[in-house]
Write a protein that binds this ligand. Structure first.
Ligand SMILES: Nc1nc2c(c(=O)[nH]1)N[C@H]1C(S)=C(S)[C@@H](COP(=O)(O)O)O[C@H]1N2
Ligand SMILES: [Mo]
Length: 376
């Protein structure tokens, strides 16, 4: 049965590059994206695998089931009234962000994304850990280490019956993990596009784990069985080049959790060089797992020499940095591409060349524009 797209929300697509219409996938022009530290809704990327569901907030319940002593069925009103309200600023980045760079090496499988499949928002909701505690989840560290919190949504996807994904239970319960069941984004109820009425937000992890239209949370001994945990969002070795080959090896490779260190030059735009005189360069940088950005280097001579960018990365509470960094630098005229290279608080540094993989995920190479800038 073909999926039904008759009930999509109205959308303001100004400033967006539409990557796919059905399901709706779009990213902002990055020159607009870096004008705001907190990404305004109209510029926040959209990543969908199926039609946007229509959900009645009055009757919708989130079920907390599996290895819990007190299964719960909570409406959004319950989540708002029974649990402490928490606000977390977090950057969501799709693992496919910058897939276009890998496609320049060789075609990958998936929606083609430029560098705009990333955005920084303020999410409000309750802590997943509070809800899991109320459901009587295990607390003994040995058990916690072996279990997973698996999320599934209501909407039917192209690839699977429902969208679903999971995270290790230790991330879900981490006192400093800030995993939310969010009902607001940037101070307003979630929009239908971004998960109304309730979504998971897993700070520091690839966007795929932040399940929208949340229906079920299951505590279980294995990862989610959903396609998006088992057969997508994995980094396969470069010699795996087809679906047929991929099918044989999916289970040998782990699902991605935290994203890697990343940055991009958003101005001057791709393919535009600096005009004579001082040239203002700006972009974004981020890293996964709560790691902050320590330094961004910028080069106008293909990486022979670098200048250090000025970073804007305000401290926003907690012990971890979930939000991105915006940066600026001044360079002199150059006819070459302008490059950036971020270093995170663990000393991880972006790699020079793209590492091609079949799914086209986790591209964090230096900016590539010309085809000859990349190799395997
Ligand atoms: N239910 C549901 N949740 C989902 C998805 C989806 O298609 N359906 N896409 C995931 C992916 S791959 C990403 S990158 C983020 C995107 O969130 P956004 O659309 O709010 O930017 O949602 C995740 N959660
Ligand atoms: Mo994603």
């Amino acid at each position: 049965m073909p999926l039904e797209y008759a009930h999509e929300p109205e959308r303001d697509v100004k400033g967006l590059i539409i990557r796919k219409d059905k399901p709706f996938n779009a990213e902002p022009q990055v020159s607009l994206l870096v004008q705001h530290y907190i990404t305004p809704d109209p510029l926040f990327f959209h990543r969908n695998h199926g039609p946007i569901p229509e959900i009645d907030i009055q009757t919708h319940e989130v079920d907390i089931v599996g290895l819990v002593s007190n299964p719960l069925h909570l409406t959004v009103a319950d989540l708002k009234s029974k649990f402490t309200k928490r606000t977390v600023m977090a950057t969501l980045q799709c693992a496919g962000n910058r897939r276009d760079g890998l496609n320049r090496v060789k075609k990958t499988n998936g929606v083609v994304w430029g560098p705009g499949a990333v955005g920084n928002a303020v999410y409000t909701g309750c802590l997943l850990r509070d809800v899991l505690k109320a459901a009587g989840v295990v607390s003994n560290p040995e058990d916690v280490a072996k279990l997973h919190a698996s999320f599934s949504s209501v909407e039917q996807c192209e690839e699977d019956k429902n969208y679903g994904s999971s995270i290790p239970l230790c991330k879900a319960l981490d006192e400093y993990g800030d995993v939310l069941l969010a009902y607001e984004m940037n101070g307003k109820p979630l929009t239908r596009d971004h998960g109304y009425p309730i979504r998971v937000v897993v700070p520091g992890y690839i966007g795929a784990r932040s399940v929208k239209y949340l229906k079920t949370i299951s505590i279980q001994s294995h990862e989610s069985n959903a396609y998006f945990q088992q057969k997508d969002y994995k980094i396969l070795p470069s010699n795996i080049e087809s679906e047929e080959q991929a099918c044989k090896v999916w289970c040998n490779f782990p699902a991605i959790g935290e994203y890697n260190v990343q940055s991009y030059v958003c101005e001057p735009a791709d393919g535009v060089s600096c005009k004579p005189g001082p040239c203002n360069v700006r972009g974004y940088a981020l890293s996964g797992g709560g790691r902050s950005i320590q330094r961004v280097d910028v080069s106008a001579d293909d990486g022979r020499t670098w200048v250090t960018a000025d970073l804007y990365q305000p401290y926003c509470g907690g012990t971890k940095m979930w939000a991105w960094c915006l940066w600026t630098a001044q360079l002199h005229a150059s006819t070459k591409r302008i490059l950036s290279r971020a270093v995170d608080s663990a000393g991880n540094v972006q790699q020079e060349y793209p590492i091609w993989n079949y799914r086209g995920v986790m591209n964090n190479s230096w900016r590539t524009i010309e085809p000859d800038q990349s190799h395997l």
